[in-house]
Design a protein around this ligand. Structure first.
Ligand code: ADP
Ligand code: MN
Ligand code: MN
Ligand code: MN
Length: 336
């Protein structure tokens, strides 16, 4: 049997936005079961996760899928532990309280394909700007859709790996795209988003294109920012059959706006302006079909007799889905 390549992937300690890191471990054989994987270690002093004096941090495998881009290879998402085996402060996954997988999450990950030479999105001329927003959303054609070959390659690779991508679309700004991933279980949803981000980064590398996860990379010009809308449900919402229940869940968010914004991604004040289909970062609102609200009640839920899910529109493209999910669960779980 061929030797196997295990790509151990983790989140570093970069502030304010953690980055992906990974390294390859070669083993003689591997069953495909995450429980058969050994912990590994890395130099935390090189990732802003430890002091030089005692620099070892531990990688604990938590999620594994085949790596479609390499032969005999696997992608291994890991939690980071400190040397004493407790969760590292940068380990958002360990803060998720959803052991029964009652929470389902669908994240809509937006991002820009970015030309490292012009330092602008694909589709932007080196000098000046392309035509204003309008034709790019869900577009087709070389004048409006930029980088589709990367997006398609990413979709194929994700599906082949077994990630539960539910769709993709070109977004409102030129060079901006979205993919959606859904999972039953908050940890699994976070794992899948992070591995999908990893694969997108690696595909971008092979095309000489960077992925810009910043929520407002074009500043305050008239271009949309990037979000990561968090669609969520628990059994209470899925079986509510009650407008009052939906409103009770929404109201639970009102007193903890600051706690949510704290983990909804860096620089979100630049994006949540009240323009470009966002609510102001200073307000809290919810409404049926309202894309200008903090939380949207999908028409779907109303049509199902007030059962289904909610969409928190505030998390941004650079947010950590683990921390977003952990915070939403903390707010929603106590609601009866
Ligand atoms: P829009 O762009 O209109 O906001 P999308 O179709 O891009 O909507 O995303 C909707 C998301 O909602 C999908 O990721 C889907 O998986 C998710 N979703 C649907 N039903 C549920 C549910 N019961 N619980 C959690 N998420 C859900
Ligand atoms: Mn969407
Ligand atoms: Mn979108
Ligand atoms: Mn949405």
């Amino acid at each position: 049997m061929a030797k196997q390549k295990l790509e151990y992937i983790w989140l570093d300690g970069t502030e304010p936005t953690q980055s992906l890191r990974s390294k390859t471990k070669i083993v003689d054989s591997f069953s495909g079961e995450v429980s058969d994987l050994d912990n590994w270690s890395f130099d935390g002093s090189s990732t802003n996760q430890a002091e030089g004096g005692s620099s070892d941090c531990i990688l604990k495998p938590v999620f594994v899928i085949p790596d479609p881009q390499r032969n005999n290879a696997w992608l291994v998402m890991c939690e980071v532990l400190t040397a004493d085996g407790t969760p590292h402060p940068t380990n958002g996954r360990a803060t998720i309280e959803d052991d029964d997988n009652d929470f389902w999450f669908g994240f809509e990950q937006e991002y820009f394909l970015w030309d490292p030479e012009t330092n602008k999105p694909l589709g932007f001329p080196a000098n000046g700007y392309p035509a204003p927003q309008g034709p790019y959303y869900c577009s087709v054609g070389a004048s409006n859709a930029f980088g589709r070959e990367i997006v398609e390659e990413h979709l194929d690779v994700c599906l082949e790996a077994g990630l539960n991508v539910e769709g993709i679309n070109a977004e409102v700004a030129a060079g901006q795209w979205e993919f959606q991933i859904f999972a039953k279980g908050a940890k699994e949803a976070g794992d899948q988003i992070w591995v999908a981000r990893y694969l997108l980064e690696r595909i971008g590398e092979s095309h000489g294109v960077a992925i810009n996860w910043h929520c407002k990379p074009l500043g305050q010009l008239d271009w949309n920012g990037s979000g990561m809308h968090a669609n969520f449900s628990n059994s209470l919402l899925r079986t509510a059959n009650s407008k009052e229940t939906f409103h009770r869940v929404c109201e639970a968010f009102r007193p903890v706006v600051a706690e949510h914004i704290a983990v909804y991604g860096a620089d979100n004040d630049q994006r949540l302006t009240g323009k470009h289909e966002t609510a102001s970062i200073h307000d809290f609102s919810y409404g049926v079909s309202d894309r200008g609200a903090s939380i949207r009640i999908p028409l779907y839920a109303v049509q199902k007799g007030w059962s289904g899910y909610l969409e928190d529109r505030r998390p941004n493209s650079a947010a950590d889905p683990y921390k977003v999910a952990a915070r939403i669960i903390k707010t929603v779980k106590p609601v009866k």
